[in-house]
Design a protein around this ligand. Structure first.
Ligand code: NAD
Ligand code: DAU
Length: 339
């Protein structure tokens, strides 16, 4: 494992992972392959430029088999780590087509090239959402049935099934991680934590879906990257690994903490119409990954504080995003919700 193709590496988790890997492994070369959708931003990778020939960026679509084959051959890729996806649940509800194309078909294209070029490893970045809504007090273990309930989570489950099918049918060396909600730098401000933070900074409403008592496991993106790294190096082929903190936080509690960190009033909170089919709770059991030697380094409070501080210090990154396509999306998404 030396020449890594990181698909979706210009997005939130992908770009953090690229920096993490370049800094940790001096003998790895990282090639980012990314379509640069609204969520993919070259500025997220600015620090990677300093690594000279150990890093390269190629713009391309994972649904384009010829382009994927070309980049794999040109850079003698031996490992693909697939972050590329349409990732926003609300957008997947409004317009499911791109979600199905990239998340399902795109993953299939990558698998097909990985098989043809006999790669050493294909690693799929998946999500805790594939398990569906989990009732209290259950926790999802890797062997549990998948019961996805949104177009996004169904597409991620479909992708996982293809990955596993390529392991069983063709013997492709694969691994999969299922991460909980990540927070940290370069998180596109359509997602709850960066949206609440940047809205609050501008004294705009902080929109809470439904009663705000939905539960998520928010982990610092750096901890997720460490989990992926561990599975790449110590994970068993054909296996799935949950990655999360096992700490449960209700959305309304998270919103209160953000407002408190920013010194903003709770009156900014606005309850809006709930997300269709909103999963009430996700809860992972991460003992399988811990058995490999992993542990989350940041508590929820530390992760949230680092994240909020990053947005305070990096207005130059998020301010330009919150215009144009973003505003159009925001109006479509929230005008109706707010009545
Ligand atoms: P993101 O939306 O920030 O970034 C996605 C990236 O994929 C962007 O750079 C985009 O340009 C690229 N992309 C989209 N379609 C593409 C295509 N057809 N070809 C090439 N590139 C394409 O996403 P993220 O939050 O960083 O999530 C990364 C991965 O992690 C996804 O697979 C997601 O399902 C998974 N995941 C995310 C979270 C989370 O909390 N954000 C948690 C668990 C798993
Ligand atoms: O659980 C992992 C998943 O986490 C990833 O697979 C997805 O790619 C990622 O987008 C994220 O999905 P969520 O739907 O959990 O994240 P989001 O930030 O959109 O929402 C978090 C919670 O906050 C969720 O319960 C919905 C709620 N929410 C969200 C928004 C955008 C609100 O209450 N108001 C909002 O405006």
């Amino acid at each position: 494992m030396h020449n890594l193709l990181v698909t979706g590496g210009a997005g939130f988790i992908g770009s953090n992972f690229v920096h993490y890997m370049l800094e940790k492994y001096s003998d790895y070369r990282i090639i980012v392959f990314d379509k640069l959708t609204y969520a993919g931003r070259l500025e997220n990778l600015a620090r990677a430029e300093a690594f000279g020939p150990r890093y390269a960026f190629v713009q391309g679509d994972i649904c384009d088999m010829a382009a994927v084959r070309q980049v794999v051959q040109q850079y003698a890729i031996d490992t693909i780590i697939n972050f590329a996806a349409e990732t926003h649940v609300d957008r997947s509800i409004m317009t499911p087509d791109a979600v199905i194309a990239t998340n399902v078909n795109g993953t299939w294209v990558l698998l097909e090239v990985a098989r043809e070029q006999q790669l050493e490893r294909f690693h799929q970045i998946s999500t805790d959402e594939v398990y569906g809504a989990i009732p209290v007090p259950q926790r999802s273990k890797e062997g549990d049935p998948l019961e996805p309930r949104s177009p996004y989570s169904a597409s991620k489950a479909g992708a996982e099934h293809l990955v596993y099918a390529y392991f069983v049918t063709y013997g492709l060396p694969v691994t999969t991680t299922r991460g909980s909600n990540n927070i940290g730098p370069f998180h596109y401000p359509e997602k709850a934590v960066p949206l609440f933070t940047t809205n609050a900074l501008d004294n705009l409403p902080v929109p809470i879906y439904g009663d705000g008592l939905q539960v998520r496991d928010y982990q610092y993106v750096f901890d997720h990257c460490e989990g992926i790294d561990l599975v790449l190096h110590k994970g068993e082929l054909g296996e799935f690994y949950n990655v999360g903190t096992e700490v449960e936080t209700a959305n309304i509690a998270m919103a209160h903490k953000i407002l408190d960190l920013l010194g903003k009033p709770h009156s900014l909170i606005t309850y809006v119409t709930d997300r269709a089919g909103h999963d009430r709770r996700y809860a992972l059991d991460c003992s399988k990954l811990r058995a490999l030697g992993w542990q989350s380094r940041h508590t929820f409070d530390q992760a949230l504080e680092l994240t909020v501080r990053w947005y305070v210090d990096n207005e130059a990154w998020w301010r330009p995003i919150k215009s144009g396509e973003y505003l159009e999306y925001y109006r479509k998404q929230y005008d109706e919700r707010q009545g």
